[in-house]
Write a protein that binds this ligand. Sequence first.
Ligand code: ADP
Ligand code: TPP
Ligand code: MG
Ligand code: MG
Ligand code: MG
Length: 328
Amino acid sequence: MEKSEFDLIKSYFAPLASGYEEAFDLLNDAALISEKPQASTVVTMDTLIAGVHFLMSDPAGDIARKCLRVNLSDLAAMGAAAFGYSLSMAYNSQIDVGWVKEFTTALGEDQQRFSCHLIGGDTVVTPGPLTITITCFGSVARHQCLKRNTAEVGEDVWVSGDLGDSAAGLKLLNKELDVSDAEARAQLIHRYRVPEPRCDLGIELLQNAISRTAMDVSDGLLADLGHIARASNIAVELYEDKIPRSAAFSALMSSSPDLGLALAVTGGDDYEIVFTSDPAQEQAIQELSRKLSLKLSKIGKVVSGHGVRLICRNGKTFLPTKAGWTHF
Ligand SMILES: Nc1ncnc2c1ncn2[C@@H]1O[C@H](COP(=O)(O)OP(=O)(O)O)[C@@H](O)[C@H]1O
Ligand SMILES: Cc1ncc(C[n+]2csc(CCOP(=O)(O)OP(=O)(O)O)c2C)c(N)n1
Ligand SMILES: [Mg+2]
Ligand SMILES: [Mg+2]
Ligand SMILES: [Mg+2]
């Protein structure tokens, strides 16, 4: 690296904190979060590691966007509006000033888009892979949030967007899959590199009492719905033909439908929101879908029992080798 850590902070990170007064231009030991009356602060953290969560060959700007957006996705899952984040960067010798410039430029763009500011962080060097941790702060009305343990028998299960694109994009990058359609290829790889956190959806679900139960899909739909099922002591029944998949994904997987289904429901990296709601909310959900220009699909039911069951077109239960990503 051509610059010291202090030069890097001053040149590239302090400007990202300039809209948040209590970050003191990153010149103190810490930032303040002044609690607002009638609000609760929501806190989430995710660490992303080169080779585990993203590829070192991904553009620096896309890595920045992904690191921030996976955290924004967790805030969305709670129904919270983000206002700030802290950022720990563990660089290695592959990183130069040009890379940091690209990284921070993209962060600045995403800050504007998602209305939040950098408020602090840490800068270190590691002998290992590039490792980036973001802690993100959001706000909800006092004590109000979406949770995982409130699903009730009789509710519908909904999911935003399309599933499987990101997992397919990674397989394209890793040459485990191939597609001749350049546009479809670029679209799927973009979905892997730059997730789209469903911030407005989470906030609307909470504020309009459309749902009490939600989470974001990071490990894979079956694994993540498993957390809701366990926490709520219910079971979930899903239907294969209701699982939303993009045209690009469906075309790519047309000759291997079993792999396609497995990628969509266990591949992970989707950063879509899965939620449950009373069937009486269906019209409100359709209206919300139109308002946000966001696909919302009713994919199953909450039933009594344990676990998550995906019922295939042939009536059989889908039995995956793994319900989703696990680190161990
Ligand atoms: N090392 C840890 N220390 C404390 N809490 C943790 C740790 N790892 C995970 N958690 C908490 O456990 C919960 C589940 O974690 P995780 O699977 O990472 O959730 P998510 O997929 O939403 O990021 C979260 O509330 C998270 O804050
Ligand atoms: C290079 C690479 N290999 C594999 C994956 C797949 N992958 C890695 S971590 C993960 C799950 C999400 O990450 P995690 O750290 O569990 O985030 P959290 O669930 O805490 O949000 C997935 C699907 C990837 N994104 N990139
Ligand atoms: Mg996490
Ligand atoms: Mg999550
Ligand atoms: Mg995970």
